[in-house]
Design a protein around this ligand. Structure first.
Ligand code: NDP
Length: 302
């Protein structure tokens, strides 16, 4: 994995073409303009490029014209289908196509093959930020990249203008894979947070007093991510387990009863608790949560 948060700036800023000036595209465009990069933009609905034109961007009449304007072509459209539609008639030969449109690993791989067959070099990207974080070096915004290492290396300084960059591998599906895995973990956390707030919702507990406790507890639990990784790597799910599954499953009755007492649906909680119970029933009560991952993968394959 290549980390690249502070690459050397090029002698003269590289020209950039950007397709898509929605909320994210506009934020990217502003960051490149602010850093002095000559920028050509195109958007399906031309009116959305007007503010950027006022700030110094050249506006192309069509996607093909925009692609012709710069070797480095960044795409940030709604979804993979819109990328195919927008670039349908464009001549991609000799272009370095960087696709920051959110997609699946399979879409990333197919789009790479599609771009390569049209003479372009392809780099896929998954943005881990919301638009206000773009261009703010302190915000923690970053983009995961995969695909052509040569494109990443050649353009790393330009790509680092809007957000930190991290290269995760030659497989063009890996950026999306990592992106979606991280987003999925985030939604799991959001689900737990929603359940926790629901439990206190009708009580005389101020959410703003509860929030710091919640943040502190989630932070204290976050090292379990590394422990899980170590167990998955070693294949030993029982060595050094402190809170084994059998004990945890016994305790889940309290969690479910509390939800009932508080008049809260346990629908966000029960899928995980059910998996834990299944793993114990399968004879793995001496493990912690690592074995649930294999259960999930097997469940998907079954
Ligand atoms: P917006 O909805 O603001 O913009 C969508 C863009 O896609 C517009 O430029 C729109 O053009 C264009 N578009 C949609 N369909 C087509 C089509 N068929 N042909 C050509 N252009 C099309 O979305 P964002 O800018 O916020 O998001 C862009 C990408 O960035 C998405 O893949 C999103 O998942 C990703 N992203 C966004 C984040 C966010 O917080 N906003 C966070 C992380 C990733 P038009 O103006 O004509 O409708």
């Amino acid at each position: 994995m290549t980390d690249n948060t502070a690459p050397a700036a090029p002698a003269s800023p590289t020209p950039v073409t950007l397709l898509g000036t929605g909320a994210m595209g506009t934020a990217l465009a502003r960051a490149w303009l602010a850093a002095g990069h000559p920028l050509t933009v195109w958007n399906r609905t031309p009116a959305r490029t007007a503010p950027l034109a006022a700030e110094g961007a050249a506006v192309a009449a069509g996607a093909g014209d925009a692609v012709a304007a710069s070797r480095l072509v960044v795409v940030c459209l709604l979804d993979d289908a819109s990328v195919g539609e927008a670039l349908d008639g464009a001549d991609l030969s000799g272009r370095d196509l960087v696709n920051l449109t959110t997609g699946t690993p399979g879409q990333g791989r197919a789009r790479a093959a599609w771009a390569t067959s049209r003479g372009a070099r392809y780099l896929d990207g998954g943005i881990l930020a919301v638009p206000p974080m773009i261009g703010d070096a302190e915000s923690g915004a970053h983009v995961l990249y995969s695909g052509s290492r040569a494109v990443f290396e050649e353009h790393r300084a330009t790509l680092a203008v809007p957000a930190g960059t991290r290269y995760v591998g030659e497989d063009p599906g890996f950026a999306a894979l990592h992106d979606v895995a991280l987003l999925s973990a985030m939604y799991g956390m959001f689900a737990g947070v929603a359940h926790a707030f629901a439990l206190i919702r009708r009580e005389d507990v101020a959410p703003k007093d509860f929030a710091p406790l919640l943040v502190s507890w989630l932070s204290a639990m976050s090292p379990t991510v590394h422990e899980t990784a170590e167990r998955l790597e070693s294949g030993d799910y029982t060595e050094g387990v402190v809170s084994h599954l059998a004990m945890q499953v016994a305790g889940t009755t309290t969690l479910l009863r509390t939800a009932e007492e508080q008049g809260v649906s346990a629908k966000l909680l029960t899928p995980y608790l059910d998996l834990m119970a299944r793993r114990v029933a399968d004879g793995h009560g001496d493990e912690d949560g690592a074995g649930l991952i294999d259960l999930l993968v097997r469940a998907a394959r079954a």
